[in-house]
Design a protein around this ligand. Structure first.
Ligand code: XUL
Length: 511
């Protein structure tokens, strides 16, 4: 019996995967799309409507209904839930859930006759949960910066960030001090759902806890001074924090879940954030391998050992569920920027992905164009617009395409240099089909570029964490089985010098 269950509670959906760890197979999966399948929550993309465009909240009851529904669907679909030996999960990072003093009793008394949402509707001191898309905390970030200064980044791994949990908690305390005063516990999305599974109070893991602007990554405990500056009495509202790896579990599965055929009493490992789970699900748990995810936003993340931070202050440090740390840098201008460059150049994807690169030399004779059509966050605080160091408008299409792709890739490399050296990049997301982009990544980073066959890396990562933490399976073996390489692009050593010379050029262009 080597079956494990992993969840991923993301912005728009809840996924669940059952794996057979020994066989290296996904044996069952189910997804609940919040907007489509739980329309009563009025959250088409998993987010509640708000008069303030910066405010992005979701209903925690929606996540509970999704948990019941996804398990019902797995059970009805014949998933071998009775064989599951251990469970873990991942949640969208930074989002927070506020519980009152009835929560502990209600969680401990879950009865199978009623739904989770019906039984837990009264446990929230704040009816909605701010999520990672929220940008309403600019004043609170300013206040924390003024109180704590540089130590915020040096010790929590990130400067004050609007979407991070600490500034979100501070806003709640300022806006609704009465409701704040009635709060007994504040969880992350990940630790909240783990608490529901165990019918108790699950710890927050280092991986996700690091995205709060509250955890001191040097000492491994909540930072009392920062917690106090965030909101009075906050320290006693935070759950225990614990390192992943299996020494500490969230608890054991509550009897409630027997109605789906799961066995009560099986271990539930700590849940983590979706990015730390993806690091595991992409088979990149060891330092030296970076993940480059090319989507609406591009992200670059990688494991590293010794705690240190980005000297420029744009990259974040989270915990690696396999031990040590991980970096994460998010680049707002990803696929949509590439698409706009393509449309403006009047070419199709075949031309953008391949032909443009056959018609131009690596390095593009120094011509670079940063496509910053949206407010960029890495680096932050720069005006929007396309920044080229040549006459972009009258250049041939192939030159424009290469200039934009090379500028993007050089910027990804520039803002990852603080992490360390990578020998391998694992590339995922829509644009990983582009031969030109893969070769540019290989040449700029001078690293082997791999694509792999994983699609739901966070849900898979969660299932692998369960197999490791509760079943004793080693991550190396799991990665070999579950994350096999599909394609390899090797770097061309003769291009190393060309791109090394362009790194200072891109830094100038970003200024
Ligand atoms: C990371 C971040 C997002 C969320 C949602 O800092 O905000 O990636 O985790 O996926």
């Amino acid at each position: 019996m080597s079956h494990f269950l992993g969840f991923d509670s993301s912005t728009q959906s809840l996924k669940a995967l059952v794996i057979d760890a020994a066989a290296g197979r996904i044996v069952a999966s189910a997804t609940v799309h919040f907007g489509r399948e739980l329309p009563q929550y009025d959250s088409p993309d998993g987010v509640l409507p708000s008069a303030d465009p910066l405010e992005k909240h979701a209903s925690p009851l929606m996540w509970l209904d999704a948990l019941d529904l996804v398990l019902r669907r797995l059970a009805d679909g014949g998933a071998p839930l009775a064989l599951v030996r251990g469970i873990s999960g991942s949640g969208q990072q930074h989002g927070s859930v506020y519980l009152n003093n009835t929560a502990a009793g209600a969680l401990a008394a879950l009865a199978p006759g009623q739904s989770l949402a019906a039984q837990l509707a009264g446990i929230f001191s704040r009816k909605t949960s701010p999520i990672w898309m929220d940008g309403s905390t600019v004043p609170e970030v300013g206040e924390l910066d003024a109180r704590i200064g540089r130590r915020l980044q040096d010790d929590t791994g990130s400067p004050g960030i609007e979407r991070f949990t600490g500034p979100q908690i501070r806003r709640f305390f300022k806006k609704d001090p009465v409701a704040y005063a009635s709060t007994a516990r504040i969880h992350l999305v990940s630790s909240f759902l783990a608490s529901v599974l165990v019918g108790g109070d699950a710890p927050i893991d280092f991986g996700d806890g690091a995205g709060m602007n509250l955890l001191n990554l040097r000492t491994g405990v909540w930072d009392a001074e920062i917690a106090d500056a965030t909101a009075p009495g906050l320290l006693r509202l935070l759950p225990r924090v614990a390192a992943g790896g299996g020494a500490v579990h969230a608890g054991v599965l509550a009897a409630y879940f027997a109605k789906y055929g799961l066995r009560p009493g099986i271990p539930v490992a700590l849940w983590t954030g979706d990015n730390p789970a993806s690091l595991i699900g992409m088979g990149a748990h060891r330092p030296g391998k970076a993940v480059v995810s090319l989507g609406t936003s591009d992200t670059v993340f990688a494991a590293f050992e010794k705690f240190h931070t980005d000297p420029d202050g744009f990259g974040h440090v989270f915990g690696n569920p396999a031990g040590g740390n991980m970096s994460l840098a998010c680049f707002k201008n990803g696929s949509l920027a590439r698409e706009r460059v393509r449309i403006d150049a009047g070419v199709d994807w075949k031309f953008f992905d391949e032909m443009a690169f056959e018609q131009t030399p690596p390095g593009n004779e120094g011509r670079l164009a940063l496509p910053w059509f949206e407010q960029e966050i890495t680096p932050a605080g720069r005006p929007i617009g396309l920044r080229a160091n040549f006459d972009y408008a009258s250049a041939p299409a192939a030159v424009r395409v290469r200039a934009a792709v090379e500028a993007q890739v050089l910027s990804r490399a520039l803002h990852s240099a603080w992490v360390g050296k990578f020998d391998t990049l694992r590339v995922t997301g829509g644009a990983s089909r582009s031969k030109g982009i893969l070769q540019t990544l290989a040449d700029v980073f001078q690293a082997r570029v791999e694509t792999i066959s994983v699609t739901d890396s966070a849900a898979l990562g969660a299932a692998l964490i369960a197999a490791h933490d509760t079943g004793g399976f080693a991550y190396d073996g799991l990665a070999e089985k579950f994350c096999p390489t599909v394609s390899v692009t090797m770097p061309r050593p003769e291009t190393a010098g060309v791109y090394a010379k362009l790194l200072p050029v891109i830094r100038e262009l970003e200024k």
